[in-house]
Structure formats: structure tokens, C-alpha cells
Design a protein around this ligand. Structure first.
Ligand SMILES: Cc1cc2nc3c(=O)[nH]c(=O)nc-3n(C[C@H](O)[C@H](O)[C@H](O)COP(=O)(O)OP(=O)(O)OC[C@H]3O[C@@H](n4cnc5c(N)ncnc54)[C@H](O)[C@@H]3O)c2cc1C
Length: 458
């Protein structure tokens, strides 16, 4: 019997289950996507509503328990769990409600992207969601949110119009939409620093069928393709979108046998432009003779979940990130080098454009500060089983370090492991001071510190 499940403990104060180490569900309850960063909490509380969240926060503060907040569990740094602390698990708060009159979708704090996409798709609408459907909308959005729709409709933070939030003192408040606008500003890129979001409200757009899918090229063409993509994408209208990926061709019959499990360079498209305009854009890269051309008209949710299988297989790994204002030719050569030396076939690196609608807001418009960045880069080194972590870390960090001379100072919070306070603060760039002041107001004792943490300024 522990302080958590004993008489008068948390179990008597919430509707949801409180799961401790003696419960057969404990291992499943504390599981997170990146098992290399797993920890052993005192308990996991499966919250069923905002009141459960408020009770859980108040309980943890009173008992001095460290807190982790978990939605989709895909945070690579492992912040969705905490050693000897209380995991506030929001997975059961996963409602998705579409308001067509307002053009807004209300999303439970634990809902995953796939549920959002399939629900909004029934209305011919979509919001900015990540490229894998099992990622939690809250963790994704609060960190920034780079999506297939980012050039056209901005980052997820640009589409966040309101939220319900449990603060460190256990109160439930409304951010935005006539509620606290400062809090909304801080949620839009400040990660989980300011409170627990029990509902997000996000803008919807008329997106239904897109011209999307992969175009795959031999890995030897990488350097040339990086240069071409770098120069070409900024000249395109917002409704043309692709990101560049270094990956291994999946062991799937739809791909030529000689390519399967071999490294390759790919463009992953998601165009919302007219058919003529799409064909014109695709022609530029079809002229580069892809070995696989899988671009077709697809429902947006189908594209958004197309990479789920590969992502689910990589359960042990390391992530790194970088941001670029420009990518000189020397950087393109590093893509060639590291693309050809991926330590496992599950490794991927993605170069996401951040121009178009994502670049238009003022640098201070949201806590996400990277409006001057032309590209965000993600390096994911993954394996299906434990044991290779040092090699994975060496590849992801080695790739990042090779590109560091060309990168901006700071990182996108969602693409960073736990690298200490200075690296965490650098995620907020020029907006770090304002965010620290808000942290001092909403969470002065730093209850919510399992994140890219900003120290409260009081
Ligand atoms: C396979 C994969 C694909 C990805 N694709 C993309 C992509 O396309 N674009 C992109 O930008 N990023 C992408 N990411 C990164 C992803 O956005 C972050 O890892 C994000 O933090 C995951 O959120 P989560 O809710 O799933 O994770 P969790 O581990 O549950 O949460 C991560 C952190 O977010 C905070 N948090 C989560 N929920 C709440 C809440 N309700 N209230 C307050 N704080 C909360 C907490 O600090 C928590 O520790 C991807 C990651 C993976 C593993």
C-alpha cells in the first residue's frame, strides 16, 4: 500500500483507475513509444475528465510527487513517464467534436491525430496533424506542430484558438476565446510548461483528398536532390508541399524487391493544389527519374497514417533536430554521407519546409519563435529491440553535429531529447523570457518540469 492507493489516497478522489506496481496492468500503463527512455513511476492515474486531472495535480503537489503528463506517449525524450512520480495519463480523454459553424474542432487532451483526421474527414475538413496518426495531438501541438499542411495552413500552434487547462494550483481555466490570451500564447509552443491541457480547440480547413505519397530515388542522388529541393520549394505556392526523407525502402511487395530494406532518398508529397498545378510541380522531380512513384489522389487520413507501421516498429531509439535559415551545398553533401550509413532500416531523417504560412506570423505571435527558419530537420535513429542505443545515438547526434555549422542556435522542442537546461531554454529562442515570466505566474514552483523545461521567472 502506498500513499497513492492507500486510504484517502488518489484512488478515492478520481473516477479513473490508479495503477501501481502491484497491478498486472502496470507495465502497459507506464509504456511509452520510446522504450529506451522508459521509467518506473509510483503510479499512473488514468484520468477520465478534467476534474480527475485537477485532483491528480493537487494530490501530486501535496505529496511532493514529480509529475509526468502523457497523451500519445510519442515524446522521444521519455517525458511521458517519470521515475517514482505520478503519471497523469490523458488517453481516455480523447473526444473529437467538429463544430462546422465555427470551423473548429474540439480535441480531448489525450486524443491521437488519427482520431482527429478520421472524424474531421467526414466533414471534408482537416486541421494541422502530424505525419503519424498515433502521435498525441496535445504534445504535438503544444511543441509547435509541423504538418503536411504547414505551408498552406501554418503550424499547429497557428491553428490553436483555445484550450482548457488545469494549472499547477489545480484550477481549471480557459485559454483564448475570451479566456486568458497570455496563457494561449504560452501554450502555443511552450510545450507542457504551463499546465495540463484537457481540451484543445483548433481551426479546420477544407482539405479532403490530396495529391500525395512517396517518390523514391536512389540514395546516390541525395546530394543533388537536397540542393534541388532546397532551391525549388521556396518558389512554390503554399498548396504545393513535400518533405525530403532519408529512409530505407519498406519490405513491402508494392516496392521492387531489389530496393527493399535499402537506404533511399524520398520526397513525401501532400499537395492541395489543382490537378494541373500538381502535375507541373511533380514533373520537376519526375524528371529526376524516381525508382518508385507512389504519388496519387488519396484521402488525407490515408496519407497521414501511411507511415504508422514503420513508426510502430521502432520502439528503441534516439532523436535529434536542427533548424536552418539556409542549407549551403556543403550541408547537402552530409545528407548523402549520413543517408548511406543509417545503422538500421528503421532510421529516418526528414527535412521539413517551414516557409509559406508558417513563416508569416510575427516572431512574437506565439511562444514558438522559429519564424525565420526555412527548414526543420529531424533525425530519428530507431531499432525494434534494445541493445543498439549507443550506435543509434551516435548516428542521430553525429548527423546533427555535422550540420551544426549551418544550423540556427536552438532546436524545435519536439525534436530534442533531454539535453539539460540550456538546450531546453534554447528551444524558445527570443521568446524564452516572456515564457519564463508566464511560467512564474502559472507554475511558480515548476510542478510541470518533465518537458523542455523553462525555469519560472518570479
Ligand atoms: C513517430 C513519430 C512521428 C512524429 N511526427 C511528427 C510530425 O509530423 N510533426 C511534428 O511536429 N512532430 C512529430 N513528432 C514529434 C511529436 O510531435 C512529439 O514527440 C510530441 O511531443 C508527441 O506528443 P505525444 O502526446 O504523443 O507524446 P507524450 O509523450 O504523451 O507527450 C510529450 C510531452 O508533451 C506534453 N504534453 C502531452 N500532452 C499534454 C497535455 N494534454 N497537456 C500538457 N502537456 C502535454 C508533456 O510535456 C509530455 O511530456 C513525431 C514523433 C514520433 C515519435
Amino acid at each position: 500500500m502506498s500513499v497513492v492507493d492507500g486510504t484517502g489516497g488518489l484512488g478515492t478522489r478520481v473516477h479513473g483507475d490508479v495503477i501501481t506496481a502491484d497491478d498486472p496492468r502496470f507495465d502497459e500503463a507506464r509504456d511509452i513509444d520510446n522504450r529506451a527512455e522508459k521509467s518506473r513511476p509510483a503510479a499512473v492515474v488514468r484520468c477520465l475528465d478534467a476534474r480527475d486531472v485537477a485532483e491528480s495535480v493537487s494530490f501530486a503537489v501535496a505529496e511532493g510527487l514529480p509529475v509526468a503528463v502523457r497523451a500519445g506517449g510519442h515524446g522521444a525524450a521519455g517525458y511521458g513517464c517519470v521515475e517514482d512520480g505520478l503519471v497523469i495519463d490523458l488517453r481516455a480523454i480523447d473526444h473529437v467534436r467538429v463544430d462546422t459553424d465555427r470551423g473548429v474542432v474540439a480535441i480531448g487532451g489525450g486524443a491521437c491525430a488519427g482520431k482527429v483526421d478520421t472524424t474531421t474527414h467526414s466533414f471534408g475538413l482537416a486541421t494541422t496533424t502530424p505525419t503519424v496518426s498515433t502521435v498525441g495531438m496535445a504534445g504535438f501541438t503544444l511543441g509547435g506542430g509541423i504538418s503536411y499542411l504547414t505551408r498552406k495552413h501554418g503550424l499547429a500552434v497557428d491553428n490553436l484558438v483555445g484550450a482548457d487547462v488545469v494549472l499547477a494550483d489545480g484550477t481549471l481555466v480557459r485559454a483564448g476565446e475570451g479566456g486568458d490570451e497570455d496563457l494561449l500564447w504560452g501554450l502555443a509552443g511552450g510545450g507542457g510548461n504551463l499546465g495540463v491541457v484537457t481540451e484543445l480547440r483548433m481551426r479546420l480547413h477544407p482539405v479532403s483528398v490530396v495529391t500525395g505519397g512517396p517518390m523514391i530515388f536512389p540514395i546516390e542522388h541525395t546530394e543533388r536532390l537536397v540542393r534541388l529541393f532546397r532551391d525549388w520549394i521556396p518558389q512554390q505556392p503554399d498548396d504545393i508541399y513535400a518533405f525530403l526523407a532519408l529512409l530505407s525502402v519498406p519490405p513491402d511487395e508494392q516496392f521492387p524487391a531489389e530496393l527493399r530494406m535499402h537506404p533511399a532518398c524520398a520526397l513525401i508529397w501532400c499537395n492541395t493544389a489543382s490537378a494541373d498545378r500538381c502535375n507541373e510541380a511533380l514533373a520537376t522531380f519526375r524528371a529526376e527519374r524516381p525508382v518508385v512513384d507512389g504519388v496519387a489522389q488519396v484521402p488525407y487520413p490515408a496519407l497521414q497514417s501511411a507511415f504508422d507501421e514503420g513508426a510502430a516498429a521502432g520502439r528503441y531509439g534516439s532523436l535529434a533536430g536542427a533548424l536552418f535559415e539556409d542549407l549551403p551545398d556543403e550541408a547537402a553533401a552530409e545528407y548523402q554521407r549520413f543517408g548511406a550509413s543509417q545503422p538500421t532500416p528503421l532510421c529516418q531523417s526528414h527535412l521539413y519546409p517551414l516557409d509559406g504560412a508558417a513563416a508569416r506570423p510575427d516572431r512574437g505571435a506565439t511562444a514558438w519563435p522559429w519564424r525565420d527558419a526555412a527548414f526543420a530537420q529531424m533525425f530519428a535513429a530507431l531499432a525494434p529491440v534494445p541493445g543498439a542505443e549507443p550506435a543509434l545515438r551516435a548516428w542521430a547526434n553525429g548527423f546533427r553535429d555535422a550540420l551544426r555549422p549551418y544550423a540556427m542556435t536552438g532546436c524545435y522542442a519536439n525534436f530534442q531529447m533531454d539535453e539539460g537546461p540550456a538546450a531546453a531554454r534554447a528551444c524558445y529562442g527570443d521568446n524564452a523570457d516572456r515564457l519564463a515570466r508566464l511560467k512564474g505566474i502559472y507554475d511558480p514552483t515548476n510542478v510541470f518540469r518533465r518537458n523542455q523545461n523553462i525555469a519560472p521567472l518570479r
